[in-house]
Design a protein around this ligand. Structure first.
Ligand code: GRF
Length: 243
């Protein structure tokens, strides 16, 4: 949906809120760790009127910082792990039921260390994004997570790294790219300093990518993401689409 007129836009948003806290565009976020991307997305969505909200946070790790953060801002936080179920199918059914009960429009994987079940990927086809701390298609795939990514980038002598938001398919880190942003790799960088630089970029890239989905600006053409339009001006700082 694309609104040219600001007043019409807000009228549309507020006429569809039956009570505070309900959103028109529901995001389910999966993460396994500290959750800084979850926090960045939450803050971006809360910083000004938005028709989107994180409605549930799911983690495979009961100790994950992301669950603690979600609870602190009153987002339903759920520990759902394969270990709690007899079969892959039961696990996938439980995830799908949770996602359906929250009327999920978009799934965001932000540091989720497990592969999503094919049934979930099928059901939410083209509506699942992942953030990866490198410039895909380089430095992606099985085993390329966390510190390993930055070690590999430095070992390869790369001059640039960055972050990628991409659609999730059955293969690790292989889906069509939505947005990327670069950072310079300096000769003095260590995996830790590089990770810190990339993380700063991630914290704006993920909200920008999500905003494109919220404003229905994403189309898929021959397995490529096409960004059809920018969203309204007042959300420009988080909804900007420069690439
Ligand atoms: C990020 O670097 C993300 O790119 C990767 O996992 C990390 C998660 O960090 N997939 P956080 O839990 O969001 O702080």
């Amino acid at each position: 949906m694309h609104f040219i007129d600001k007043a019409v836009y807000y009228q549309y948003i507020y006429s569809n809120f039956s009570c505070k806290g309900q959103s028109l565009y529901n995001i389910a976020l999966f993460a396994s760790g500290r959750g800084s991307n979850c926090e960045a997305l939450y803050r971006a969505l809360s910083s000004r009127p938005s028709d989107a909200a994180i409605v549930v946070v799911i983690s495979n790790n009961s100790d994950a910082g992301v669950l603690e953060f979600a609870r602190s801002v009153h987002i339903p936080a759920m520990h759902i792990s394969r270990k709690q179920f007899a079969t892959d199918g039961d696990f996938a059914d439980s995830l799908c039921a949770t996602l359906a009960s929250h009327q999920t429009d978009l799934i965001v994987l932000a540091g989720y260390m497990k592969k999503l079940d094919a049934a979930v990927i099928r059901r939410y086809r083209h509506r699942i994004v992942n953030i990866h701390p490198a410039l895909l298609p380089k430095f992606g795939g099985q085993g390329m997570f966390g510190r390993h990514v930055h070690e590999a980038v430095i070992a390869a002598g790369e001059k640039e790294s960055g972050a990628t938001v991409h659609l999730v398919t059955d293969e690790f880190d292989e889906g069509p790219i939505v947005l990327q942003e670069r950072v310079a790799v300096d000769p003095t960088d260590t995996p830790d300093t590089l990770a810190a630089k990339v993380l700063i970029v991630e914290h704006t890239l993920l909200p920008r990518a999500v905003a494109l989905f919220v404003s229905h600006a994403i189309e898929i053409d021959h397995n490529r993401v096409v960004i059809t339009h920018e969203t309204i001006h007042e959300n420009r700082d988080i909804f900007d689409t420069h690439t």
